[in-house]
Design a binder for this molecule. Structure first.
Ligand SMILES: C[S@@+](CC[C@H](N)C(=O)[O-])C[C@H]1O[C@@H](n2cnc3c(N)ncnc32)[C@H](O)[C@@H]1O
Length: 266
């Protein structure tokens, strides 16, 4: 089976070589689903054409080896932990999981920007997992001193080493980054979204009806692959496209003027 989709700008050719591949009872059904997939791919190319017009150049990722250096225990500046352009994402994520209160788990403390936002909501408890000793000393300890009367507990470890010992939560906020090249290859390169490797942990530590949030490196919607993955672990989800003020020399590997925040419900 061969299908060709042509426009003035591009041509897509799809050749299905295996007769048993996408093989429903009727030929018309096969045509319908294959044509639809091709139409959707073409629409995606057109929307990428529009989205990429707004990209900033950014720093050169290859020169800086962004995301590949060992940084589990590195001394990092505030901007290396999280660049300021991500703050609107933190706001949307904090609201997604904390506005209804309850017991909150935050994975990755960083500068404590999101932790402050979470504390503004009427939550019962705030459990924070953070692996970096310097982040704990320089950022978490002074931050916690501001909230002396609040129920806040630190789990000072990699989440991979401690999550199984934790109970159930009403909201889970996930914001870490790859700690070395292995994690980069496994969690970023081989995956539709960085948070995917945490989906089943999030789902198994949420109370029924609880919510899980993260942001995804997608610009204006969620890919179908991403949606399939989410629906394997959660009953529903909402997507917010967050406009971003992207600096021209952004260090992180992101160049678009928006990003997607997901709230998934157990
Ligand atoms: C981008 S920062 C979080 C920023 C934070 N949301 C804020 O508003 O400041 C990511 C944090 O996750 C921590 N982290 C990365 N991988 C981790 C892991 N596997 N387990 C625990 N913490 C991790 C890093 O040390 C870092 O402090």
């Amino acid at each position: 089976m061969k299908r060709i989709k042509r426009t003035n700008a591009f041509q897509v050719t799809l050749e299905i070589k295996d007769d048993n591949y996408i093989n429903p009872p009727k030929v018309a059904q096969r045509n319908a689903v294959v044509n639809r997939a091709l139409k959707e791919f073409s629409a995606e190319l057109n929307s990428l054409n529009e989205q990429t017009k707004n990209f900033v150049p950014g720093a050169t990722a290859a020169d800086d080896n962004i995301g590949l250096s060992e940084r589990g225990q590195a001394q990092l500046s505030a901007q290396e932990i999280m660049e300021d352009w991500q703050i609107p994402l933190m706001e949307a994520m904090a609201k997604a999981i904390a506005e209804n209160g309850g017991d909150i788990l935050e994975v990755g403390f960083g500068r404590g920007v999101s932790a402050d936002m979470i504390q503004k909501y009427p939550i019962n408890s705030h459990t924070i997992i953070e692996c970096n000793d310097l982040v704990v000393d320089q950022h978490f300890k002074p931050w916690k001193a501001k909230y002396a009367t609040k129920d806040i507990s630190l789990v000072h470890s990699l989440w991979q080493d401690s999550i199984d010992d934790l109970g159930l939560f009403d909201g889970i906020f996930f914001h870490t980054y790859p700690l070395n090249e292995d994690e980069y290859m496994q969690y970023v390169n081989a995956s539709i979204t960085f948070a995917e490797h945490f989906f089943h942990h999030a789902s198994s530590h949420l109370k029924s009806g609880g919510s899980f949030t993260y942001f995804s490196n997608e610009i204006a919607s969620l890919s179908r692959e991403h949606q399939h993955m989410l629906l394997k672990h959660f009953s529903s989800f909402t997507v917010h496209v967050i406009p971003l003020n992207m600096p021209n020399d952004v260090k992180d590997t992101w160049w678009a003027d928006s990003m997607v925040v997901i709230k998934a419900i157990k």
